[in-house]
Ligand binder design. Structure first.
Ligand SMILES: [Zn+2]
Ligand SMILES: [Zn+2]
Length: 252
């Protein structure tokens, strides 16, 4: 880097100071996240469930439970990651989107692309249109865009549509979540997904009901297969609304 570039970079840092994508604290140019968040953030380590993407200690899924083939996530939805997701949702924080999106793309590379799985398109879990207008953006679509750019696969928007404004899933019990999400999505242009292998993106997986319903909707519209990647996945201790008992019979 030339001296001029160096000065330019320093000036940019003064005008637009770098912030931790998770908590928003100021960070140095050589740091990706702040030191507190790097202690707190929990990456998902093997062994991992090859269906839901949770660490095996927290997986209660069974074969055939989900319409999607598999989900992968880089992070556990806890502490630092939770803060970052919150920033992305409510603070319009593009650097948080980039941080999560790049981690998601890495997970897609190692878990899918390296095994020879190829995608025709990337889709973010849609929000109801009035909600997008209120917030100004849909963070799942922003994540999907980063992933799509990173793996060089087209991003499809306005194809999978949320046609009903349902209650927020996190406010409901496990059984209510499944009922609450039924029939909420539709595919506006089935020809765009017909015969395609789709990569679905979202910020958090809790019960997996939303990903599952989107996958069902896409498969009904003729998609060949649906795979998922989410920035974070909730483990049992982070899901107080879902009673441990609900997992006993494998009904997640
Ligand atoms: Zn931080
Ligand atoms: Zn599982």
């Amino acid at each position: 880097m030339g001296m001029l570039d160096n000065i330019k970079e320093k000036m940019t840092e003064i005008i637009f100071p770098r912030r931790c994508p998770l908590c928003g604290a100021l960070i140095n140019s050589n740091e990706r996240i702040c030191s507190k968040c790097s202690r707190d953030v929990e990456f998902i380590r093997r062994p991992v469930c090859r269906i839901c993407g949770r660490p095996l200690y927290s997986c209660h899924c069974r074969k055939g439970q989900y319409a999607f083939v598999r989900n992968v996530s880089p992070l556990i939805y806890t502490k630092a990651a939770k803060k970052g997701i919150h920033r992305m949702k409510f603070n319009d924080s593009p650097y948080s989107c980039t941080y999560f999106g790049k981690l998601m793309a890495n997970a897609v590379r190692t878990e899918y692309l390296d095994s020879g799985i190829r995608f025709d398109c990337v889709i973010g879990i849609p929000m109801f249109k009035d909600d997008v207008l209120t917030r100004g953006y849909n963070q799942a679509v922003l994540l999907a865009k980063t992933v799509a750019d990173e793996i060089e696969v087209p991003l499809l928007t306005k194809v999978l549509i949320k046609q009903i404004r349902n209650k927020p899933q996190h406010t409901l019990s496990h059984m209510e979540r499944q009922r609450n999400i039924k029939g909420v999505f539709r595919v506006a242009r089935p020809e765009m997904v017909h015969g395609k292998t789709v990569l679905l993106c979202d910020d958090v997986t809790t019960s997996g009901s939303t990903l599952n319903e989107c996958a069902l909707t896409l498969l009904d519209a003729g998609a060949r297969a649906v795979y998922c990647v989410t920035a974070t996945v909730a483990v049992l201790s982070e899901m107080p609304a879902i009673k441990a008992a609900a997992f006993g019979n494998g009904r997640l």
